[in-house]
Design a protein around this ligand. Structure first.
Ligand code: FAD
Ligand code: HEM
Length: 403
């Protein structure tokens, strides 16, 4: 890239800030008209709520802002790359995306998009595409070089389906070819895809693996997303609950994701989850227990009431006399039957737990809805916790930029 082109890219940052989502919205609409086959790899529900458009716009903006030194973007490139490899994105896809992105810049900016601007963006996009697909190539290579590892979609048999609460059900997935199971790092997720006849489309979704590696099967635990207000029933979670049975085959990609324990120390660990957000944290907790870790562990979980409280007995067992897991459970509604237990009424509130949780060397892992993560992250930072000690996972396109 020439110095002039870098200056042009930097000069378009304000326009991107103003029009980023408009541009990416236009881009997706255009791409799906011209390349409708790509609807099979995108989560089409995410297209309805602007989250994917926002994630892409923020990534492009961050790139434009750091055009002089794209190396600073590597953590973000890794996060996006993990999602891309989990969806089997290949270098040839980058050519299609690049074409629609550049044409969209022209169509959205109109006359303001001079040939120089479009040329500069084409060079810049190709540079970013090279960085990203190069990194993704490394991630794919790691997968094929792992025992039992694979790339693309592989059939797994559902050998057990277990009801964990009124709205969360677990599926135990075994490789259909009876070959070895690739290990994973607790906190990672899989993508699962189903064919949706009404849409004539395949639709993928990510699910965190909710058990520790055991060499036999992956467990995913899925919340049934039921219709609320004007929103329809969740497409895949309802099908998994209602139509996928023991003995059925699911297509799955290899474990991916960068949400994981900082394992290079004996620092205390605090897990903070809301609802089904506990799944990656349960995997981490099981791993700590199985490995005989000496880290002091605190489990903080909130959900609506006891009917939706999944893995209650597992956590009770682990927090029993012999294990060093302290638990604090919050219910929005505490009924009379549950009132005798050690429960807090209301939303998860770290303040009621006192300063004992707030040690400088503690590592915090948060998973739940976006506002849940934001609230606890901000409270912890306000209490003097280092941002690097707070780790979180969003169950959707990465749109929170907290640290
Ligand atoms: C890394 C990661 C890990 C995850 N781990 C888990 C996990 O362990 N367990 C789990 O249960 N989930 C997990 N998820 C979430 C999961 O991937 C799905 O998003 C979830 O199951 C909902 O998918 P769905 O197809 O049922 O719903 P979707 O059809 O995708 O709908 C999602 C929501 O959008 C609403 N919606 C859909 N269409 C529209 C529309 N046209 N207008 C307005 N609103 C609409 C729906 O009502 C619903 O509430 C994870 C996600 C990620 C990214
Ligand atoms: C420079 C180019 C690209 C950038 C900057 C980019 C950026 C992003 C970002 C920020 C996310 C959200 C990540 C997350 O939620 O964790 C994402 C997800 C995704 N990207 Fe890309 N991407 C690029 C290229 C591509 C290409 C070439 C494809 C393939 C057609 C693709 C397909 C997807 C899909 C399918 C998702 C998941 C979205 C969903 O299911 O909602 N991306 N990308």
């Amino acid at each position: 890239m020439t110095a002039d082109q870098k200056n042009i890219i930097k000069s378009t940052v304000p326009v991107l800030k103003e029009n980023g989502v408009l541009l990416t919205d236009h881009f997706y609409k255009r791409m799906f008209v011209h390349n409708p086959e790509l609807k099979n790899i995108f989560n089409m529900s995410n297209q309805q709520n602007s989250r994917q458009q926002t994630a892409l716009a923020m990534a492009i903006l961050a790139y434009a802002e750091n055009i002089e030194n794209p190396a600073v973007l590597m953590p973000a490139v890794n996060g996006i790359g993990q999602k891309h490899v989990s969806l089997d994105i290949r270098p040839e896809h980058y050519i299609i995306v690049g074409k629609h992105l550049i044409v969209s810049i022209g169509e959205v900016l109109g006359e303001a998009a001079t040939p120089e601007i479009l040329d500069a963006w084409e060079v810049a996009y190709n540079q970013l595409a090279q960085i990203m697909s190069g990194h993704e190539h490394k991630l794919y290579s790691e997968k094929v070089n792992t025992k039992g590892g694979w790339i693309g979609w592989k059939p797994f048999v559902v050998k057990e389906k277990i009801v964990e609460s009124s709205e969360i059900t677990s599926f135990h997935l075994y490789p259909a070819d009876q070959g070895p199971l690739a290990d994973f790092i607790p906190g990672q997720y899989l993508s699962v895809r189903l064919f949706i006849p009404e849409l004539n489309l395949l639709q993928p979704r990510q699910y965190s693996i909710s058990n520790a590696p055991n060499g036999s099967y992956y467990r995913i635990s899925v919340k049934k997303e039921t219709a609320a207000n004007l929103n329809p029933d969740g497409l895949i979670s309802n099908r998994l609950h209602d139509f996928v049975h023991v003995g059925d085959i699911l297509e799955v990609t290899a474990p991916a994701g960068s949400f994981m324990l900082a394992n290079n120390n004996d620092h205390p660990v605090v897990f903070i989850s809301g609802g089904v957000g506990q799944t990656p944290l349960i995997s981490m907790l099981e791993e700590l227990i199985k490995s005989g870790s000496k880290k002091p562990v605190t489990w903080i979980h909130g959900c609506r009431d006891k009917n939706v409280h999944a893995f209650k007995e597992t956590i009770e067992y682990w927090s029993g006399q012999k294990q060093a897991v302290k638990k604090h459970i919050f219910y929005d509604q505490v009924d009379q039957e549950s009132a005798g237990e050690t429960l807090y009424q209301g939303w998860v509130d770290l303040n009621v737990l006192g300063d004992e949780l707030l040690k400088l060397d503690t590592e915090y892992y948060i998973c739940g809805p976006g506002p849940f993560i934001t609230k606890h992250y901000k409270e912890l930072v306000a209490k003097g916790i280092r941002a690097e000690a707070i780790h979180f996972e969003e169950f959707g396109p990465q749109t929170l930029h907290l640290n």
